[in-house]
Ligand binder design. Structure first.
Ligand code: AMP
Length: 484
């Protein structure tokens, strides 16, 4: 089914084959910088524009830092689309068809949704007592065969929102791929495949996760044995298509998960390429927090009269987690390590913390220093081998690792419901990223705390964040090192 030019494009794709198909795995030399200002490409030694922030003086501060500035390299960020609609793109007002935006159905319990007993049992075994909002709104139309656009963020339960109808739709014994899920990152591929496999476990639905950085031969063997559902990153999926180890000619249900993230990473053409090679009478669901112009076009061309389920506000199309207790401290760059130790020491033992740094080298340095000082810390970023990333992630997931220091890219889309704290050791570059980050905690209605260190050059971003979040919600406090 695939034509030659498509195959060629696959071969030229930046995320080709075994080099790993997640751009976050690129080496520093391959840095793609975002250029649209939303997630700026500034190096850490380049001050943000705007005034320098006046910070409190540390009580024991006597020495001025000397020596040349340290130039840190930013985690390679994926290229952005240059579409003018991207900047500040929010959800469209006009194109919704099907259920009106924002419409809330009457209260729906699992028992109100027509599920096969094995799937209902699996959901009960997963301890999902009641459907989440996105599940209430998206599962019924999907079960009825409608296409759906879901505007919801990770943490809303959207994986099961499409995973349940997908398991209902495919033949569990099929050796042909009937369900296809495209996701932006390898971590998400693993996470989503696991969740769908759990939903389909009692029906015996097999799910293959295919993503770069994982040995392709193992995936080829698995695909050759036959699976009804494949979850993968677009690059690796295209690679398998080119090798003819994956045939999408029998897909009945396709999902684009985190479509805006896939667009950001540079998978725009790949999403279209793959969709075009599935049967046009398939059912399609697209999940995306924001709906930039390209995604809107994709929806118009590839979805059939979709029901539009919107669970995000109209600001950046991002939901602010109301349950997150948000605090910020003014901290001079040179004091940040002391500050983070103070914060970590004040936390109860059973906390789990995701900490953000801007640069890969910053992650390495901070994790090394804190580890040496005896803190239970590891770092993760796109410059690490897949095996190391997997090892760190599984320790964090199983709770044996309490503190993970990550770059934005490495942490994207991660869903770990036990995260109690998010620390912005380095502030994000924009409000949207701030909200994405703090949304890593307070999952599924739990409580969480987000702590931000606001440095000398962070005046502009903190002003913007405060304008969005409000001073009542984002509270300023003073660290002990400054006499607080
Ligand atoms: P997601 O938005 O799909 O990444 O899901 C976020 C988290 O919520 C995952 O850990 C799911 O296992 C969990 N989850 C999904 N649906 C439910 C539900 N109905 N009840 C409780 N937990 C859920």
């Amino acid at each position: 089914m695939h034509n030659e030019s498509g195959t060629r494009r696959a071969a030229n794709s930046h995320e080709n084959a075994d080099s790993g198909d997640n751009p976050s795995n690129r080496t520093d030399g391959q840095t793609d910088r975002r250029s649209d200002g939303r997630d700026g490409s500034r190096n850490s030694d380049q001050p943000r524009t705007g005034t320098r922030r006046r910070l409190p003086r540390r009580r024991d501060a006597v020495v001025k830092r000397t020596g040349p500035p340290v130039v840190e390299r930013r985690e390679p960020e994926p290229p952005r689309q240059s579409s003018p609609e991207r900047n500040g793109a929010t959800a469209p007002d006009g194109p919704q068809t099907g259920a009106p935006t924002g419409q809330r159905p009457k209260y729906v319990r699992w028992g109100d949704i027509d599920l096969t007993p094995e799937i209902a049992d699996a959901i009960a075994a997963m301890n999902y007592r009641e459907p989440s909002e996105i599940q209430r709104l998206a599962i019924p139309p999907l079960l009825a065969g409608r296409d759906v656009v879901g505007q919801a963020v990770t943490g809303s339960g959207k994986t099961a929102a499409f995973g349940i109808p997908m398991c209902e739709s495919v033949d569990p014994n099929s050796r042909r791929v009937e369900g296809l899920v495209l996701v932006p990152t390898r971590e998400l591929a693993q996470q989503v495949a696991k969740e769908i496999a759990a939903v389909g476990s009692k029906l015996g639905v097999k799910v293959a996760a295919v993503y770069g950085g994982d040995p392709i031969n193992r995936q080829i063997d698995q695909l050759a044995r036959g699976v009804p559902i494949v979850v993968g990153t677009p690059g690796r999926i295209k690679d398998h298509m080119a090798r003819r180890t994956l045939d999408l000619g029998n897909v009945r249900f396709a999902v684009l998960d985190e479509a805006d993230e896939m667009l950001d990473i540079g998978f725009a053409d790949d999403m279209e390429f793959i969709l075009r090679r599935t049967p046009s009478n398939r059912q399609t669901a697209l999940f995306s927090a924001t709906i930039p112009g390209f995604i809107l076009k994709l929806i118009r061309h590839h979805l059939n009269d979709p029901v539009w389920v919107k669970l995000v506000d109209d600001f950046d199309g991002i939901e602010t987690a109301a349950e997150v207790n948000q605090i910020y401290y003014d901290v001079a760059e040179r004091d940040k390590q002391r500050a983070v130790r103070e914060v970590l020491e004040a936390m109860p033992n059973d906390c789990q913390t995701l900490m953000f740094r801007r640069m890969q080298i910053g992650v390495d340095r901070l994790s090394r220093d804190l580890e040496r000082a005896g803190y239970p810390v590891r770092g993760i970023h796109g410059g690490m081998s897949q095996r190391d990333r997997d090892r760190v992630m599984s320790a964090f997931r199983d709770g044996s690792l309490r503190v993970l220091i990550a770059t934005n890219v490495a942490a994207r889309g991660l869903d770990i419901s036990t995260i109690t704290h998010v620390i912005n050791y380095d502030m994000p570059d924009n409000v949207e990223e701030y909200i994405h980050r703090i949304g890593r905690t307070a999952r599924m209605g739990k409580e969480g705390t987000a702590i931000s260190f606001v440095g000398e050059h962070d005046s502009e971003i903190i002003e913007k964040v405060l304008a969005k979040i409000g001073k009542d919600t984002l509270n300023q406090k003073l660290l002990g090192i400054y006499g607080g």
